[in-house]
Design a protein around this ligand. Structure first.
Ligand code: AMP
Length: 438
C-alpha cells in the first residue's frame, strides 16, 4: 500500500474558519501600515545562504540549527528565509535605496525554521514586519513601536506588554563582552560542548541559551544596560520619554537580548501576559520582536544607514484571536433560499446583483428543502436569511429573518421591498462591522 500523504511536520494548511481571521488580520495590516507611511516589499522565499549567515549570525540558533538549506541544481547553497529583515536589507542595498533619506517598508509572508514544534511554534510560520531605514532619531524607534502597538490594538489583542531594553552601540560591546567572558570563564569546564562553543565564538548568545542547566548562571550575568555609552544611554532615555508621551506603557527588561546578532541600541518585544497568568500560548507568548540594527546595512555591503524594525508572528495572533472568540467579520450578510424553476433563476440573479454591489450574499446552488437550506445558512453563520418564493417575487417584498436574534424578539423578521434591499443590507453591514470589530 502506498504511504499516506500528509502535510510536512510543522507546516499547516490554513482554511476556514481560521482563514477568515487571517484575512482580517492581513487586511487590517495592509490598510494600517499603508496609512503609517510604510509600503510593501516582497522578497523571494529563497536567498543565498550567506545572507543569513552574515546577518543573523553564524552562532545563533537560527543559523546553526534551524535553516532549511539546500543546494540547487547549479550547485548554489540556498536557504528558505528564516526571517525577512536580512532579505529586505539585501534588496535595499541591491536597488541603491541608500540614496533616499528615508525608506519605510512592511512585509507579510511565510518564514521557515526547523524548530521544535509546539502550540504557536511552527516550521512554516507567517511574519508581518515593518522596517524603517534612515533616521537614527529616537522618534523613529518609537514610531515603529507605536505602529506595532496600535496594530495589536486595532485587531483586538489585549494583555500584551511591551518589554524594552537597549543593547548599546557596537563601540560599547567590547567592554561588556570582556565582563561577560570574565563572568562565565570560571564555569566553562562544566559547560556542554555546545555551550562551550557558544562561549568561544559568540559569548552574548549564551544569554538566550535554551539549556535549562545554564539558566541560573545566566540569570546572574552582567547586563548590557550597565555598559551603555553616553550616546546610547541618551538615545534610550529619549525612547522612554517618547513612549511615555504617546502613552504607550512599557516595562524595562534588562535581560532582553533577542536571538539575532544584528541588533544595536533599542530592542523590544510584545509579550502576551493575561491577568490570570494562564496563557494559552505558554512560552510562545511573544507575539512581536524588534529593535534597531544600525550597522547591518553597512555590514552587508551598503552605506552607513541606521534602521529599526519589528516582526510579528501572525500564527500566534490568530491563535489569540480565536481564543478570544473573535468572529471574522466576513460572515455572509444574507443567505437566500431558492425554490425550483424560474423562481430559482430570479433568486440567483438577485444574489449575483447584490454580490456585484460588494455585498456578502450566499445561496446553495443545490436548492432543495427550505429546512436544509436554512441549515446551510446556519452552517456558514449567515446573519440574515430570506426565502425567495412566489409571493415574495410577486409582491416584490422580502421577509428577512435576523439569524442573530432569538425567535421571541419582535425584530427577528422585517419586510424589505426588493428595491430597497441593497441599501438596507449596506446599512446592516455597517452595523455589523461596528459591533463585530473586536
Ligand atoms: P524573531 O524573528 O525570532 O524575532 O521572531 C519574531 C516573531 O515571530 C516572534 O515574536 C514570534 O511571534 C514569531 N515567530 C518566530 N518564530 C516562530 C515560529 N517558529 N512559529 C511561529 N511564530 C514564530
Amino acid at each position: 500500500m502506498s504511504q499516506k500523504l500528509v502535510a510536512v511536520k510543522g507546516m499547516n494548511d490554513l482554511m476556514s474558519p481560521q482563514i477568515e481571521l487571517w484575512q482580517f488580520v492581513e487586511r487590517t495590516a495592509r490598510e494600517m501600515f499603508g496609512t503609517w507611511g510604510y509600503s510593501e516589499i516582497r522578497t523571494p522565499i529563497v536567498e543565498d545562504t550567506a545572507l543569513f549567515v552574515r546577518s543573523v549570525g553564524e552562532v545563533t540558533d537560527i543559523v546553526s540549527k534551524e535553516m532549511y538549506t539546500f543546494e540547487d541544481k547549479g550547485g548554489r547553497s540556498l536557504t528558505m528565509r528564516p526571517e525577512n529583515t536580512a532579505p529586505a536589507v539585501r534588496a535595499y542595498i541591491e536597488h541603491g535605496l541608500g540614496q533616499q533619506p528615508l525608506t519605510r517598508w512592511y512585509y507579510l509572508g511565510p518564514m521557515f525554521r526547523y524548530e521544535r514544534m509546539k502550540t504557536g511554534r511552527y516550521r512554516q510560520f507567517y511574519q508581518l514586519g515593518a522596517e524603517a531605514y534612515g533616521p537614527a532619531d529616537a522618534s523613529q524607534d518609537v514610531e515603529n513601536i507605536a505602529l506595532a502597538w496600535s496594530f495589536l490594538k486595532a485587531i483586538g489583542i489585549q494583555h500584551v506588554t511591551l518589554h524594552l531594553n537597549s543593547l548599546g552601540d557596537a563601540a560599547d560591546r567590547p567592554r561588556y563582552l570582556e565582563a561577560l567572558k570574565a563572568y562565565f570563564a570560571p564555569h566553562v569546564a562544566t559547560f556542554s560542548e555546545a555551550a562551550r562553543d557558544t562561549f568561544e565564538r559568540n559569548t552574548m548568545r549564551l544569554l538566550d541559551t535554551k539549556e535549562e542547566a545554564l539558566r541560573p548562571l545566566v540569570a546572574g550575568a552582567p547586563v548590557i544596560g550597565d555598559f551603555l555609552g553616553d550616546a546610547a544611554r541618551a538615545h534610550f532615555d529619549e525612547v522612554q520619554a517618547l513612549l511615555t508621551k504617546l502613552e504607550i506603557p512599557f516595562v524595562l527588561d534588562r535581560s532582553l537580548v533577542r536571538g539575532l546578532d544584528y541588533y544595536t541600541r533599542t530592542t523590544f518585544e510584545f509579550i502576551y501576559e493575561p491577568p490570570s497568568g494562564e496563557s494559552t500560548l505558554g512560552t510562545a507568548g511573544t507575539v512581536c520582536g524588534g529593535g534597531r540594527y544600525d550597522n547591518l546595512v553597512h555590514e552587508l555591503g551598503g552605506p552607513e544607514k541606521p534602521a529599526v524594525g519589528f516582526a510579528m508572528g501572525l500564527d500566534r495572533l490568530v491563535l489569540l484571536l480565536e481564543a478570544l472568540g473573535t468572529q471574522a467579520p466576513l460572515r455572509p450578510l444574507l443567505f437566500v433560499a431558492t425554490m425550483e424553476g424560474e423562481l430559482k433563476a430570479h433568486a440567483f440573479k438577485l444574489v449575483t446583483d447584490l454580490r456585484l454591489k460588494g455585498l456578502a450574499v450566499d445561496f446553495d446552488p443545490r436548492g432543495g428543502k427550505i429546512k436544509r437550506q436554512a441549515e446551510r445558512a446556519s452552517a456558514v453563520k449567515a446573519r440574515h436569511f430570506v426565502v425567495y418564493g412566489q409571493s415574495e417575487h410577486e409582491a416584490k417584498v422580502l421577509k428577512i429573518k435576523n439569524m442573530d436574534l432569538p425567535d421571541a424578539d419582535p425584530n427577528k423578521e422585517v419586510s424589505v421591498p426588493l428595491d430597497d434591499l441593497a441599501p438596507w443590507l449596506l446599512n446592516a453591514s455597517k452595523a455589523v462591522s461596528v459591533s463585530s470589530s473586536p
